[in-house]
Write a protein that binds this ligand. Structure first.
Ligand code: SF4
Length: 328
């Protein structure tokens, strides 16, 4: 950090302008998930277990762990009778069944927009439709969604291999919520070419869509885009790809310690955005390290969406220091 600041002073000398995308950072689903962990700790005491990283950001995970959460990957790692929060990405039914067998108290932090995809999948399966899910193999959300019912996954990174169904078979197409709007449209075009009557749901969420749109606006005016967030965050990676699709160099970094000041040589306009699981403190730290001449906001502005807490946590009083709904 010290080195970065020193280099920043030498290199930028307040000659750069930073263009800051808005919206960026925490979405309503992430705010809800973090609140659920914090309020669960308030209500049940520590430890509260969290199955999978509550959201894909190491700073957010570390902060919940500092308060008393323990992150595990499998339900089988949670001690019998303990309290567990299921992460925002959603979980397959088998995880809930395992939790029941282990007598766990489950607080579900699945984003409501992911739950909507689960419900669509179950409904279309009941109606006899074949389901195609466009998503990234191995991503936690896709593990949760494919567990809901029988479906075929198309991961556009592996090529689009549209499955063969009977001619009169009804088909429904669902998507992961955090995909690239552009790449998904291309995958859906190929599917509907084969199945023109397919029922296509656009499940890419508002937060993903808005952040990608703001990143496009950034890329049109800057020479370099920094996406602040974690390498395993789907929507951070998609933001980087959006910038690159405009021919603009882009780097995905957690914070200023990962910056290389040579990136800024000959650059006057730097764009900054952040994924839906990135705390605003990480963005602020990068801006401070760059020390720009001006910070110019770009994009449609903040969102005004919130999701409701689960009933069992609504009446929990928050201790001082427990944050909810902070603009991040
Ligand atoms: S990125 Fe979208 S789907 Fe994921 S938690 Fe946020 S609002 Fe929900």
């Amino acid at each position: 950090m010290t080195t970065v600041r020193k280099k920043s002073e030498e290199t930028a000398a307040r000659t750069l302008d930073v263009y800051l995308a808005s919206p960026r950072g925490f979405c309503a689903g992430v705010v809800l998930a973090v609140d659920i962990v914090e309020l669960a700790i308030e209500k049940y005491g520590t430890p509260v277990y969290v199955k999978h990283q509550i959201v894909h950001n190491p700073i957010v995970v570390a902060e919940t762990e500092r308060k008393g959460a323990i992150t595990v990957e499998q339900v089988s790692e949670v001690p019998e009778g303990a309290v567990v929060v299921f992460s925002a990405h959603g979980s397959p039914p088998s995880d809930y069944e395992e939790a029941k067998r282990r007598n766990l108290t489950v607080l579900d932090a699945t984003c409501p927009l992911v739950t909507r995809v689960h419900n669509e999948a179950k409904k279309y399966a009941r109606e006899g439709k074949k389901i195609i899910l466009v998503g990234h193999r191995g991503h936690q959300e896709v593990i949760g969604s494919t567990g809901q019912t029988d479906m075929t996954l198309i991961d556009e990174r592996e090529g689009i291999d549209v499955p063969e169904f009977e001619d009169d078979q009804e088909v429904a197409v669902l998507t992961q919520t955090t995909l690239s709007v552009r790449d998904t449209a291309a995958a859906i075009d190929e599917i509907t070419e084969k199945y023109p009557n397919a029922l296509v749901r656009n499940d890419i969420c508002y937060a993903t869509t808005n952040r990608q749109q703001a990143a496009s606006q950034l890329a049109e005016v800057v020479e370099l885009v920094l996406v602040i967030g974690a390498q395993n965050s789907s929507n951070c990676n998609r933001l980087k790809e959006v910038a690159e699709s405009y021919g603009v160099k882009s780097h995905l970094i957690n914070g200023p310690d990962e910056m290389d000041m040579s990136w800024f040589e000959g650059v006057n306009r730097v764009g900054i955005t952040s994924g839906a699981s990135t705390p605003e403190s990480s963005v602020a730290a990068v801006i401070e390290a760059i020390d720009p001449k001006n910070v110019i906001h770009i994009g449609q502005g903040d969102e005004n969406i919130t999701f409701r807490l689960p009933a069992e946590l609504k009446s929990v009083e928050k201790s001082p220091g427990v944050r909810t709904g902070v603009r991040r």
